[in-house]
Design a protein around this ligand. Structure first.
Ligand code: GLU
Length: 503
């Protein structure tokens, strides 16, 4: 029997989760569910200097909002907890020592000053200092020390770090589910720090130990971790463990120009790069998809297709569909260009799928905020506006005139719409509306259009000023639908007011 699939999303709580991180979480979730496996959330908070208050809560809230639930993680204890590295501190040291015992790691006593000096020396020769096979037998570490001296130093509590002993001359063959075979020459690698002098493991050691002890079978993460792959694979080998399979996801790129999508691109072009609004400890606020009015299903759909394609023309996928369709082999190698217009397209599509009752509540909320008591059917307003809206706030932008008579009229439109005989035409319309018995838009339309045709005035000369008088600008649904909803009295009042205005 093959092993149960277990994947993890392992963010560091150093700030708000970027949508690139959200996509990593999503692909992990999809891969797990597609394979009937588990999706684990692990908080990688070993670097206390970079810890940001509220970031972990933010990550969890974002996953909840997007409805990509984890099976195990903080607050959902499973068999492999705790799921915060800061609560696992005690387990890492033993693993580091195991590597020392097997000759795969060593204690290094070089002080920060000594290392800084070495860096300077190398730089003055136009070289870069790296700590590895080519100089480690000349530096201050346990590889070059008699056992009793080492024992004395340790006994004495001399500060040390533990470094991985990278092999000198080996070509590693690495496998990535997305990128295929990758070759790395180990002689270019430095002896990475595994354990720090403050008694904490580095990301590399903690990450490998946790993936192993949490029985992770597939590591799906961002491309920025590809340079660490060689070390990680060597660590598995050094421990004598079977490595998980790896997949490095493509970067999310700027909508225009080159480079990674950044918060600045979002600020410049007016779209969020974070799932939720973020209030930084310094008071700075960054916008979020949730607070900007996006639906979680639209964000999910957009992110799913940012770097993956189903191999068909289908674009709309709910989470269930995505689980069915997802195939990690169809994730692209090259960067995925972020497209804010496409995000809005998805948002529009999902808004159309919303129940009318959802939109009615949203409209009620908007009206309440503005202190407006509606005396017309909100169901009907929603029915007329639905296909025009992308965000619930558009209900107001597109339909404010249903609740408030225009206070002014669009000047440009007025210039175009108003001719010498406009008052006379509108007075005729008032008479028609006044005399109308059957009150619905079809009957109104038949009546008024019939008259326009008969009198050969031309539709533009009637419809433009009529709409302007009712709406205040050239927007909105069918004019007769508007008249029906506004009612006889209100419609006539508005037209009268417009006639006065142009007089
Ligand atoms: N803690 C790393 C991050 O913040 C996790 C990298 C990995 O998934 O291995 O992205």
């Amino acid at each position: 029997m093959s092993k149960r699939v277990r994947v993890r999303f392992a963010p560091s709580p150093t700030g708000p989760l970027h949508i690139g991180g959200v996509r990593t979480a999503l692909y992990n979730y999809l891969f797990a569910k597609k394979n009937g496996g588990d999706f684990i959330l692990r908080i990688e908070d070993t670097d206390q200097n970079r810890y940001v208050e509220g970031a972990e809560e933010y990550i969890i809230e974002a996953l909840n909002w997007l409805e990509i639930p984890y099976d195990e993680g903080p607050g959902k204890e499973g068999d492999c907890g705790p799921y915060r590295q800061s609560e696992r501190k005690s387990i890492y040291k033993d693993y580091a020592e195991k590597l020392i015992d097997s000759g795969n790691a060593y204690y290094a006593f070089d002080t920060p000053d000594e290392l800084a000096q070495l860096r300077e020396e190398y730089e003055s020769k136009g070289e870069t200092f790296i700590y590895n096979w080519h100089n480690r037998d000349r530096l201050n570490n346990s590889l070059n020390m008699d056992a009793d001296i080492l024992a004395a130093k340790l006994e004495n509590g001399d500060p040390y770090i533990i470094r991985f002993k990278s092999p000198a001359n080996e070509v590693l063959e690495l496998e990535d589910m997305i990128r295929g075979n990758i070759k790395v020459d180990t002689s270019t690698l430095d002896d990475k720090v595994l354990f720090k002098s403050d008694g904490m493991p580095t990301y590399h050691l903690a990450n490998i130990v946790d993936d192993r002890t949490m029985h992770i079978t597939h590591v799906i993460r961002g491309e920025e971790w590809l340079p660490s792959l060689a070390l990680h694979v060597m660590l598995y080998r050094a421990f004598g463990w079977e490595a998980p399979q790896f997949a490095h996801l493509p970067l999310i790129m700027k909508p225009v120009g080159k480079g990674k999508l950044s918060k600045r691109d979002g600020d410049k072009m007016g779209f969020p790069v974070f799932p939720l609004e973020w209030h930084a400890p310094n008071g700075e606020i960054s916008s979020g998809y949730r607070e900007s009015g996006y639906l979680p299903e639209a964000v999910i759909n957009m992110l799913a297709l940012l770097g993956w394609n189903p191999g068909t023309e289908q674009e709309l996928f709910d989470l269930e569909d995505l689980v069915q369709a997802f195939d990690i082999n169809r994730v692209h190698k090259s960067g995925a260009k972020f497209n804010p217009e496409k995000t809005d397209w998805f948002q529009h599509q999902y808004m159309q799928k919303k129940e009318d009752s959802y939109l009615v509540s949203a409209l009620q909320e908007l009206l309440k905020e503005k202190g407006i008591e509606a005396n017309i059917s909100l169901e009907k307003v929603v029915g007329l506006l639905k296909e025009r809206i992308t965000f619930t706030r558009d209900l107001w932008e597109q339909g404010d005139f249903f609740f408030e008579a225009p206070a002014s009229f669009d000047e440009k439109a007025q210039k175009k719409a108003v001719k010498e005989d406009t008052s006379e035409i509108l007075q005729n319309i008032i008479d028609k509306i006044q005399a109308q018995n059957e009150w619905n838009s079809t009957a109104l339309s038949d009546n008024i259009k019939g008259w326009v045709k008969e009198s050969k005035i031309g539709f533009g000369r009637v419809m433009m000023p009529l709409r302007l008088s009712l709406v205040g600008e050239m927007k909105g649904p069918d004019v007769f639908d508007i008249i029906e909803l506004l009612g006889k009295e209100e419609s006539i009042n508005r037209i009268k007011k417009f006639i006065e205005q142009i007089a």
